[in-house]
Design a binder for this molecule. Structure first.
Ligand code: SAH
Length: 267
């Protein structure tokens, strides 16, 4: 059973030492290459100009999307992460980027009187939520902060594969740093404990809650999003168990419309 205060667990797990080494894990250059402009294309297709990156972490997408011309705000529930993101934004010449500490369950209070064209929650971040009550609360906050015709983008590891078939990783798209091994230490339907082992012997852990692809799609629809398109490792056509990562793109339409059969697998 999930512990009662699991929703705050991430704050203690992202220690300043782990946060300092996060970029060694994700490797900005190789990640950018692996993504191949995927998120930029999705946001441009949705005509987004203003973007809120609610799990900014060390700022990878806030900075990348900012450099691509989007008007990006970054937020994160971990003050350690936000500090690091500020450093990284400054180093990338984006020192004026707005970056602040904000928890998903009370996002609206951090952005009163403001709406965004797109909200992204990337890097398997959403699985830091441990039950449907928290997930639906966070999704309602996201939905409420989106403009009409807005786009929400949430990604997560392919937990269906991890739970049903066992962990594998192609190691092609995420966590590309060569000095870190990232793998689940334990896997159950309730909790996955991820272990990050660095080549110098330092080891860090994160505790997340596996969410199955169909379940997150269901929760997005429950929240009110009219369409959800899914991608597996950035491909719209994919076998359910094949990809390492799933990306869900949800639309909040102003009017009930039939979306054009653009790209991702429409659910
Ligand atoms: N998007 C970044 C960071 C991913 S790590 C990347 O891809 O590199 C997941 C992030 O989600 C962490 O920075 C963590 O602090 C944040 N997070 C987890 N739960 C949160 C919550 N309830 N509210 C706000 N941020 C949260």
């Amino acid at each position: 059973m999930p512990r009662e205060n699991d929703s705050e667990l991430f704050i203690s797990e992202y220690t300043s030492e782990f946060v300092d080494r996060w970029d060694e894990l994700i490797d900005w250059d190789r990640r950018r290459q692996a993504e191949g402009g995927f998120f930029e294309n999705i946001l441009a297709a949705g005509h987004a100009k203003t973007v809120l990156d609610i799990a900014c972490g060390t700022g990878y997408h806030t900075v990348s999307l900012g450099l691509s011309g989007f008007d990006v705000t970054g937020s994160d529930g971990s003050a350690n992460m936000v500090e690091k993101a500020k450093e990284n934004a400054k180093q990338s010449g984006l020192e004026n980027t707005r970056l602040l500490v904000a928890n998903w369950t009370s996002l609206t209070s951090s952005f009163p009187d403001e709406k965004f064209d797109a909200i992204v929650c990337l890097g398997n971040a959403f699985t830091h939520l441990f039950n449907d009550e928290e997930r639906l609360k966070a999704l309602a906050e996201i939905y409420g902060l989106l403009n009409d015709d807005g786009t929400a983008v949430i990604d997560h590891r392919n937990y269906d594969t991890m739970l049903d078939k066992g962990f594998t990783s192609k190691h092609l798209y995420y966590y590309l740093g060569e000095t870190v091994d990232a793998r689940p230490e334990t896997v159950t339907e309730e909790t996955v404990r991820l272990q990050y082992s660095y080549s110098d012997g330092s080891v860090h852990h994160l505790t997340v809650c596996p969410v199955r692809q169909d379940h997150l799609t269901f929760l997005l629809r429950e929240t009110g999003f009219q369409t959800v398109e899914r991608y597996g490792d950035f491909q719209s056509d994919y076998d359910f168990y094949d990809p390492d990562f799933i990306i869900q793109v949800a639309k909040k339409y102003a009017l009930p419309v039939t979306p054009s059969p653009e790209s991702g697998k429409s659910i």
